[in-house]
Ligand binder design. Structure first.
Ligand SMILES: NC(=O)c1ccc[n+]([C@@H]2O[C@H](COP(=O)([O-])OP(=O)(O)OC[C@H]3O[C@@H](n4cnc5c(N)ncnc54)[C@H](O)[C@@H]3O)[C@@H](O)[C@H]2O)c1
Length: 272
């Protein structure tokens, strides 16, 4: 059984932690004793998130950064590494999504999506790895998506960035495996967060719920639980993996409950 305060004395950097999934991850890692750095471009929300974690007894600070700006990311990391010497846990969670037909995606939209969803995780990973390798302990978790595994309509830039993030996870993982550092990815299905609420109207969301074997959205807590596991001592021999947290979506192919008369069931509730 893991020590409930197993990350005491460790520093965790979580991008996009001012809201949604990232905020839940920051809360959960802080509860396990880590000092959490909330990196987000939304300054007021990041400060509010850090304050909320501190009021729960955790240690948290906010760092306002636009991850699309690689120079600013390098500069922000210089400051953090001067202050903490090492980041022990990195969760590349921040991401942006927009949907449009593949033929109408502009180069600017493509570049912006890849800068935030792929280049920033690469830059941050490179920056945190030397100290992790020297200390022979580190955990890196990349939040990808089911869209990085299976194609979806309107997701040319997003799906490509998330697929590349999965590929990058494996590339880093095998090069640092012998140094006590693990690198894993998570592929959530639709999660009930501001991102999904603004992206999809209810009809699109219902289409997804039809083809998701659990017929419900994932909760931020369910994604965070997988991150917490990858960061734990129990996951010390697991690296280079991508875990679907998706209610069975990626496992399903011909999912036609009506055809095979699978009895209708009331979906189980998401974790609180
Ligand atoms: N919500 C879903 O259904 C879902 C499904 C699969 C994967 N994901 C992935 O999970 C991650 C988190 O998603 P979420 O639903 O919590 O999103 P969200 O929109 O609720 O939160 C994203 C956070 O990232 C921050 N952010 C965005 N761009 C940034 C930038 N350039 N620099 C710094 N911060 C930036 C935002 O300010 C926000 O606080 C994303 O990578 C997303 O692709 C989400």
């Amino acid at each position: 059984m893991d020590n409930p305060k197993q990350h005491e004395g460790r520093v965790a950097l979580i991008t996009g932690a001012a809201s949604g999934i990232g905020l839940q991850i920051a809360r959960d890692l802080a509860q396990q004793g880590a000092t959490v750095c909330i990196v987000d471009r939304n300054g007021p929300a990041a400060e509010q998130a850090a304050e909320a974690i501190r009021s729960e007894g955790g240690q948290a600070l906010a760092l306002v950064l636009d991850l699309a700006d690689t120079e600013a990311v390098q500069h922000g990391m210089d400051g953090l590494l001067q202050r903490f010497l090492a980041i022990d846990i990195l969760v590349n969670n921040a991401g942006v999504v927009s949907t449009q037909p593949a033929t109408s995606v502009t180069l600017a939209q493509w570049n912006n999506t890849l800068a935030i969803n792929l280049t920033a995780p690469m830059v941050l990973t490179q920056r945190v790895l030397p100290a992790m390798q020297a200390r022979r302990w580190g955990r890196i978790v990349n939040i990808s998506s089911i869209s990085g595994v299976r194609a979806g309509t309107g997701r040319l830039a997003y799906g490509s960035s998330k697929a590349a993030l999965i590929a990058m996870t494996g590339q880093f993982a095998i090069e640092v495996a012998a140094h006590g550092v693990t690198v894993n990815a998570i592929a959530p299905g639709f999660v009930d967060t501001p991102m999904i609420r603004t992206l999809h109207g209810s009809s699109n969301a219902n289409t997804y719920l039809d083809v998701c074997p659990m017929h419900r959205f994932c909760s931020p807590q369910e994604v965070s639980a997988a991150v917490v596991f990858f960061c734990s001592e129990q996951a010390s021999f697991i690296t280079g993996q991508t875990l679907g947290v998706d209610g069975g979506y990626l496992a399903s192919g011909l999912f036609m409950p009506r055809l095979f008369e699978i009895p209708a069931a009331t979906p189980t509730a998401a974790a609180a």
